[in-house]
Design a protein. Structure first.
Length: 322
């Protein structure tokens, strides 16, 4: 029965979501689970350069995995012939894998699953299963999108997000450090959650976002840092549409990260699991250790980018003198 009166809840937003035509689920790893179940995948070829969330999904579902290396262009080194029920898991690192390249890989390998978690504004290639995450780009506690024509017939319930919003609301009014443990705990929750549709609360928040502004700001910030670090950066980058972070690959990146932390510039190590599965001599190990993913998101102006770039240059100069 509908309620009338009482106190007013959070406002309802009426704008469109960016991925309106996708299947909306509770997290990126559950997009992977949906495709595995719907396609009846038996084996996934995964890059070594990856967090353990996808591996965990495969382990839980009893899916065989095999690993492949990537090159210094962040592209797969993969020439293996795949059998029926086998898929190549392609990660679009920092939005550096173009749709033209995805189409080429699709033609070569037929069965591919594209991870666009770091490329929210890059639209999918037609006929290619593609997943996106919302948490990496916007202030929401959960949510992901999946493009696929595969049908999973089992019933799926809807998620609820209201009890996972505290760290986001607190971060709005206070410093991130006050709620960092809650943020970490929220990330861990997805490993024990079921495959669910996106919550109505997350849908509502995503309808209130100015996607055009965010895309432009992220693109502008990425472009600025790329101009500043093009000579220094070991990666040769293209400027993606509404980029995720700016990956600055330098020598002694791990030490520069520590120095920047003292300036309250927090640079994550995005794939710490790589240190457990790769030898120190591998490219993946070196990149996990020394790529600095610099923040370029919609919270920051070009003046902020200038400050971050200046501090990075100062940290590099200080380390080289030491």
């Amino acid at each position: 029965m509908k309620e009338y009166g009482g106190y007013i809840e959070l406002e309802t937003f009426h704008g469109p979501e960016f991925h309106e035509n996708a299947i909306a689920l509770n997290s990126g790893r559950h997009c992977v689970e949906y495709v595995i179940r719907a396609r009846q995948i038996k084996k996934l070829f995964l890059p070594y350069f990856l967090c353990d969330s996808v591996r965990s999904v495969c382990s839980r579902l009893g899916i065989e995995t095999e690993f492949y290396h990537i090159d210094d262009r962040l592209l797969p080194i993969f020439k293996q012939k795949m059998c029926e029920g086998e898929y190549l898991y392609l990660v679009n690192y920092y939005g550096q894998v173009s749709n033209e390249k995805i189409e080429e890989l699709k033609a070569q390998h037929r069965n591919i699953l594209v991870d666009n978690v770091q490329a929210f504004f890059q639209l999918p290639v037609a006929g290619v299963d593609t997943l996106y995450s919302c948490r990496k780009f916007f202030g929401v506690a959960d949510g992901a999108y999946l493009y696929t024509d595969a049908i999973y017939d089992e019933p799926i319930e809807c998620d609820y997000s209201y009890d996972r919003m505290h760290f986001l609301l607190g971060r709005y009014e206070k410093q991130a450090s006050c709620f960092y443990s809650e943020y970490r705990n929220n990330n861990k929750l997805f490993g024990s959650m079921s495959l669910l549709y996106m919550s109505e609360l997350t849908h509502n928040l995503l309808r209130g976002i100015d996607y055009e502004m965010i895309e432009k700001q992220r693109t502008r910030n990425f472009e600025y840092l790329d101009k500043r670090f093009r000579v220094t950066n070991r990666l040769r980058l293209t400027v993606p549409r509404g980029g995720f972070m700016y990956p600055l690959y330098i020598a002694d990146g791990a030490n520069i990260r520590k120095q920047l932390q003292q300036k309250k510039i927090y640079i994550p190590t995005l794939w710490p699991d790589v240190f457990d599965v790769c030898q120190e001599s591998t490219l993946e190990y070196n990149m996990a250790e020394n790529i600095l993913p610099l923040p370029i998101d919609q919270r920051y102006s070009l003046k902020d980018m200038e400050y971050i770039a200046d501090e990075v240059d100062a940290a590099i100069a200080s380390w080289e003198k030491a």
